[in-house]
Design a protein around this ligand. Structure first.
Ligand code: NDP
Ligand code: ZN
Length: 351
C-alpha cells in the first residue's frame, strides 16, 4: 500500500509499505477524509519524537472499516467511523486508573504516527476497535468528523483540566484550532469573560464567533499586562494554554488569580526546564495549580463530542478553511499546516 511518511527529520515523501495486519480485537480502515496536525509538523520538522524513517504520518481522519478481528463486536466492514488520535489499550491498569492516554507508559496511548504507522496510508490499523472507534453519525460531514479526532478532544481537555466554573474569567492562550475549541468549550462551560490570545485574522474572527469576549494580540506587547488591564489588576480565574512557548507558563502564572488553575495542552519542544515565577506563584503558597495533559481518546469521548455537534453546541467544521480532494493532496495540506498562512485554521483532504 501507499503512504505519506516521515523519511527522517525534515524529510517527507510517499512510500510503499505492507498493509497492516488485523489482530483479534483490531480493525483495518481505509481513510475517507484526513487532516494534518501541528503535531505532524512538530514530528517532522522539530524532531519531536526523535528521528524516524518511513513512519507513515497522520492521526486525524474519518475512516471506513474494511476488516475486523474475530473478537470485535460492534463494528463491521463498511461502517464509517470516527477515529480518535489517541487510541489507548482499554485493558491496561493506566486506563483503570482513569488515564488511558498513558496506557503502556507516559503518552503511549498516542500510537498513530508515533508507536505505529499513522492514518495517511491506503489503510490504517486501529487497536482495540470496540474501545476506540465510534460510528460517524448520520448527517455529519467528513470535515467535521476529522475535527473530532484531535482538535475537539484536545481543546475540550484544556477546558476540563482548567475546571472552568460558571462566571469564571478565562484566558485561552493560542487560538489555532486547539485553542479555538477551548474557547468554544469555555463558553459552554459558563465562562463569563473569555480573553483569546492570537494574531491571525481568520482565527480571531472564529474566536469571536465561538465566544471570545476580548482578543489579545501577543504581538502588541506583554499579554500579562493586557489581561491585568482588562481585569482591574486582579487577573483571571483560569488559563488554558494552547500555543506559545516555555515562557507562556511564566505569563500564565502571572495572569492567574491566587487559587486559579492553569491547564496546558501545548507541545513544549525546547530546553530542559520551564520557568515558574517564584513571587507570583505565591512563594510556593499561592494555590495556583498547573496541569498538562494529552487528549483522552476512546469511543465514549468521540460519541460525546459528536453529540455536542449534533446538538449544535459546538461547530468544529467552522475551523476548516481549506478543503482538498484526493489522497495525493496530503503533502500540500501538510506543508500548508507547516507554513500557516494568515487565512489558515485547518485544512482537510477528502478522498
Ligand atoms: P497553531 O499553531 O495553529 O496555534 C497556535 C496558537 O498560538 C496561534 O493562535 C498562535 O498565534 C499562538 N501563539 C504563537 N506564539 C504565541 C506566543 N508567544 N504567545 C501567545 N500565543 C502564541 O496550533 P494548534 O492549535 O494546531 O495546536 C496547538 C498546540 O497543541 C500545538 O503545540 C500542538 O502540538 C498541541 N497539541 C496537543 C495535543 C494534546 O493532546 N495535548 C493534541 C494536538 C495538538 P497566531 O495567531 O499568531 O498564529
Ligand atoms: Zn493532531
Amino acid at each position: 500500500m501507499k503512504g505519506y511518511a516521515m523519511l527522517g527529520i525534515g524529510k517527507t515523501g510517499w512510500i510503499e509499505k505492507e498493509r497492516p495486519k488485523c489482530g483479534p480485537l483490531d480493525a483495518i480502515c481505509k481513510p475517507l477524509a484526513l487532516a494534518p496536525c501541528t503535531s505532524d509538523v512538530h514530528t517532522v520538522w522539530a524532531g519531536a519524537i526523535g528521528d524516524r524513517h518511513d513512519l507513515i504520518l497522520g492521526h486525524e481522519g474519518v475512516g471506513e472499516v474494511v476488516e475486523v478481528g474475530a473478537l470485535v463486536k460492534d463494528f463491521k466492514p463498511g461502517d464509517k467511523v470516527l477515529v480518535p488520535a489517541i487510541t489507548p489499550d482499554w485493558n491496561s491498569v493506566e486506563a483503570q486508573a482513569g488515564f488511558a492516554q498513558h496506557s503502556g507508559g507516559m503518552l503511549s496511548g498516542w500510537k498513530f504516527s508515533n508507536i505505529k504507522d499513522g492514518v495517511f496510508g491506503d489503510f490504517f490499523h486501529v487497536n482495540d476497535a470496540d474501545g476506540n472507534l465510534a460510528l460517524l453519525p448520520a448527517g455529519m460531514d467528513l470535515a467535521t468528523g476529522c475535527m473530532l479526532s484531535d482538535m475537539v478532544p484536545t481543546g475540550m481537555l484544556g477546558v476540563e483540566m482548567a475546571d472552568i466554573h460558571f462566571g469564571d474569567k478565562v484566558c485561552v492562550v493560542g487560538i489555532g484550532p486547539v485553542g479555538l475549541m477551548a474557547v468554544s468549550g469555555a463558553a459552554i462551560r459558563g465562562a463569563s469573560e473569555i480573553f483569546a490570545v492570537g494574531s491571525r485574522p481568520t482565527c480571531v474572527q472564529v474566536a469571536k464567533e465561538f465566544g471570545a469576549t476580548e482578543i489579545i494580540n501577543y504581538k502588541n506587547g506583554d499579554i500579562v499586562k493586557q489581561v491585568l488591564d482588562l481585569t482591574g489588576g486582579k487577573g483571571v480565574d483560569r488559563v488554558v494554554i494552547a500555543g506559545g512557548d516555555n515562557d507562556t507558563f511564566d505569563e500564565a502564572v502571572r495572569m492567574v488569580k491566587p487559587a486559579g488553575k492553569i491547564s496546558n495542552v501545548n507541545y513544549l519542544g525546547e530546553g530542559d526546564f520551564i520557568k515558574i515565577p517564584r513571587a507570583e506563584w505565591g512563594v510556593g503558597m499561592g494555590h495556583k495549580q498547573i496541569i498538562g495533559g494529552l487528549m483522552m481518546g476512546g469511543r465514549l469521548r468521540m460519541e460525546q463530542y459528536a453529540a455536542l455537534c449534533k446538538a449544535k453546541r459546538i461547530n468544529p467544521g467552522r475551523m476548516v478553511t481549506h478543503t482538498f480532494k484526493g489522497f495525493d493532496k496530503v503533502e500540500e495540506a501538510l506543508l500548508m499546516m507547516k507554513d500557516k498562512t494568515p487565512d489558515l485554521i485547518k485544512p482537510v483532504i477528502l478522498l
